[in-house]
Design a protein around this ligand. Sequence first.
Ligand code: PLP
Length: 415
Amino acid sequence: MEQSDSHSDSSTDAGSLYRANAEGFFGEFGGAVLPPHLAGPMAEVAVAYAEASADPQFQEELQALLSKYVGRPSLLYFAENLTRQLGGARIYLKREDLNHTGAHKINHCLGEALLAKRMGKRKLIAETGAGQHGVALATAAALVGLECEIHMGAIDVAKQHPNVVRMELLGAKVVSVEEGGRSLKEAVDSAFGVYAAAPDEYFFAIGSVVGPHPFPTMVRDFQSVVGREARAQVLENEGRLPDLLIASVGGGSNAMGLFDAFLNDDSVRIMGVEPGGEGLEGDRHAATMTLGTPGALHGMLTKVLQNADGEPNAVHSIASGLDYPGVGPQHAHLESIGRAEYVSVSDAETLAAFQLLSRVEGIIPALESSHAIAQVIKVAPTLAPDAIIIANLSGRGDKDVDFVAELLRSQAPAA
Ligand SMILES: *Cc1c(COP(=O)(O)O)cnc(C)c1O
């Protein structure tokens, strides 16, 4: 058989600049920074994933769930009204908001659930902040037939009540964490503690392209269906590759999902968008790629927003799914080799993008995804009318409408 052109299928291009080495390093970032008693269990996950990813039966099973349950392929939608309004590049939106559960997270949660089952684990365990990862994982657990235990800070349990109800309806056990600040950080410690005590029983399902090897690779691979579809769809629609990809970056899974299939397409510019929050001067942002420094966090070497003692900063974003003081190690690597660039947009720009897309296209985007739209609004007018942008609409905004309505009310000038 003929050797396929390396540009036609980047996902099989193992050993390239864009694949981790055997220890999980993307250049100087990644790896598995773990206490000794967890190194063994994590190495088992790496071996099991390597076997599963090479097993056609596993891939077929996952693909079947993605098409018959999630509803893939998701649309690549030409946003004609937004394009006209901005007066520049042609804008396409990859509609991950149309997936079952309303966001991209279900793509990797199903992959993780299938792998856990294949490894003979009984339970999925994870932490969740706003509850989006918890709901997606509880959904996958219900479908695949596994137990699910979600740790959540007590403050978040109170704030995100509808997601707690959803998780419980889906059959998950929600553990309210009462320690310390009773928030995401304590939830991570709590879930990790339970896992560390019984790694044979549990599969720790990380919610983004972060954490120790193999998670940055595995979650990317599970999300890479987004970019493979988008690449085929834009070739079908336009007969050529896009000029620019734009995606929001929290941990970085929806972004890596879109970017991966295009990494070998040198003509395609790649841009990640971080939460600039209330401005980059103080601490009220989560712009890790822009302002972070190399460090260790959650089992990986990556860029981290940290203080002088190496403690991660308390971070902020209008989008709770983006307020993470670290970032997936492959993003840090892509920036260091000049393959991708990272910018930030503010809460205010994000809110304006949320409103504009709703009004102009009749699509209410998640506040996370609105970061990508905000960058589209900035950059599209500067590009030629025949340029093509694909932005990842990572999720729908129904979850955010009450919060946004309240924000807008509080900002409205007094009558
Ligand atoms: C969780 C979430 C994100 C951020 O996570 P990444 O791993 O950076 O993709 C972005 N968009 C939506 C809709 C989310 O739910």
